[in-house]
Design a binder for this molecule. Structure first.
Ligand code: ZN
Ligand code: ZN
Length: 164
């Protein structure tokens, strides 16, 4: 999809939801659209703060959540404690590095038509799903990687080494 088409798709979405297109929302959307790595709110804030004068982290946070509400951005649960955001709203899956928390988009049509579990008895309505395949990414493996055995079930190692 060309950049302009994407942008107008965003505009259509906003119009459909009666959402004014503000400078903040557009900047946040464009920033996240250009990122493949599922940034956190802090990373989005760092990315747009120079472009929007006087923008606060709270404004960025609100803009992100508004974009989530209208379906322009998705929240992704990640192994870490922080919510990550994804502008790829098509059904897709993720490869998750248990060592550095990297989230990599993974598409496989074979995974897109799985039978939904029967949750009626629990009063739960499934709307969507996304599969996470956990493991160790290429970068971490190259860096002399933790072995899968060492990190399996162990968050202590991970936390210690992630401190920068
Ligand atoms: Zn990694
Ligand atoms: Zn994704």
């Amino acid at each position: 999809m060309a950049d302009r088409e994407r942008r107008s798709a965003f505009e259509i979405l906003c119009r459909e939801h009666g959402l004014p297109i503000t400078v903040q929302r557009r900047a946040v959307y464009e920033f996240i659209r250009g990122r493949q790595d599922h940034p956190t709110v802090d990373q989005v804030y760092d990315g747009v703060r120079d472009r929007i004068r006087g923008v606060s982290r709270m404004t960025v946070y609100r803009a992100l959540n508004t974009l989530v509400d209208v379906g322009a951005v998705k929240k992704v649960s990640s192994p870490g404690p922080t919510i990550r955001y994804d502008a790829n709203t098509k059904l897709h899956h993720h490869l998750v590095c248990m060592y550095c928390d990297k989230l990599i988009d993974y598409e496989d049509p074979a995974l897109n038509n799985l039978p939904m579990p029967n949750t009626r008895g629990r009063g739960f309505r499934v709307s969507d799903y996304s599969i996470q395949f956990r493991g160790i990414c290429a970068d971490c493996r190259r860096k002399g990687e933790p072995t899968i055995d060492r990190i399996r079930g162990s968050t202590i190692d991970r936390k210690r080494t992630r401190k920068k």
